[in-house]
Design a protein around this ligand. Structure first.
Ligand SMILES: *Cc1c(COP(=O)(O)O)cnc(C)c1O
Length: 325
């Protein structure tokens, strides 16, 4: 597999938001002379006819070196894990199709028919889906379960749930230098939403202390700092760097929403012509828009649009077309 083919969509565009064009960002942003840039990683990868990009965003960054490693180590099959609406499952399925890997997705929970848009898409990319109960799914890291997978599927390149491993961090670690080069200056902060925390950990790694990194946890609870520290530690990084996690920006928890979040996402689309998703990037931008006072006057802030738009179809199906596309 050729790195050049993977890299044809780099660098993803970076664009400044015209904050005068929107009432979503409080007056304080303008009064304090704060600029916000959006790093459009949602535009990474190939456009797929008739569907939202699936191999894109932070999943593109996280899979990049895993795909190369799988190819270099002679693997023809990728096996991974995820929930029924997972952006990661869709990304692995799409990447497998584009680069000629067989793909197997171990899906949490009973199969529901007809398949939801995420799983129907994964299947259409050729992914073999295997549904396991929630209790079996929790055992996925045990040796017994791994052995049963090997017996069933033979040799495969395993990718963890959410795609986070050392090679995923290596891919995300390329973001800061790409951003600084595009801007021509160092921003004050890079902001990204966190699920496993792997993307933030990679960004911290790649920043090497050049500016502040802020993670916005889309899950309820205050375990995210410890998760990020764990990922940094496991890649031999100094964990004490210049970073922090914002909690209480989750709108009720993972895949939960409030009507103000939905209104924000729909208005953001009208004001900036940029689609956000309700699970991840909508929560990031919603929180950021309330935070002018957190940043020094004259700051430049870069928010990562980490993709996730494939999830909107399934969200709309479940909750009645809330997100306008
Ligand atoms: C998976 C995902 C995340 C979370 O990334 P982590 O590395 O697990 O923290 C953020 N944004 C989008 C759009 C995602 O699909």
């Amino acid at each position: 597999m050729d790195l050049n083919i993977l890299n044809t969509s780099l660098p993803s565009p970076i664009q400044e938001l015209d904050l005068t064009a929107s009432s979503l960002f409080s007056k304080s942003f303008r009064e304090r002379d704060i600029r916000i840039f959006l790093k459009r990683d949602d535009l990474l990868g190939l456009e797929v006819q008739g569907t939202s990009r699936a191999f894109c965003g932070n999943k593109w960054r996280k899979l990049k070196y895993n795909l190369l490693e799988a190819a270099q180590s002679g693997h023809s099959t990728l096996l991974t894990f995820g929930g029924a609406f997972s952006n990661h499952i869709a990304a692995v399925a799409a990447a497998g199709q584009q680069f000629g890997f067989q793909t197997i997705g171990i899906i949490r929970g009973e199969q529901v028919k007809p398949l939801n848009p995420t799983l129907a898409y994964a299947k259409s990319c050729g992914m073999q889906l295997a549904f396991v109960t929630r209790s079996t799914y929790r055992e996925k890291h045990t040796e017994a379960f791994q052995d049963s997978l090997s017996r069933k599927y033979g040799t495969f390149y395993p990718i963890p749930e959410g795609g986070t491993n050392a090679l995923a961090l290596k891919g995300a670690a390329e973001l800061p230098s790409e951003i600084i080069q595009q801007l021509g200056f160092q921003p004050n902060a890079i902001c990204v939403c966190c699920g496993t925390g792997g993307t933030l950990a990679g960004i911290i790694q790649g920043l090497e202390g050049r500016c502040h990194a802020i993670g916005y946890s889309v899950l309820k609870g205050d375990f995210m700092s410890a998760e990020v520290a764990k990922w940094l530690q496991s890649s031999q990084q100094n964990i004490s760097g210049n970073w922090q996690i914002r909690t209480e920006v989750h709108h009720g928890g993972y895949a939960k929403y409030t009507s103000s979040l939905i209104d924000f996402i729909n208005q953001f689309k009208l004001d900036f012509n940029i689609q956000l998703d309700p699970i991840y990037t909508g929560k990031l931008m919603y929180a950021l828009a309330q935070e002018a006072e957190h940043f020094p006057k004259g700051s430049s802030i870069v928010a990562i649009h980490s993709g996730g738009l494939q999830g909107i179809a399934g969200f709309n199906e479940r909750f009645g077309g809330l997100i306008k596309t």
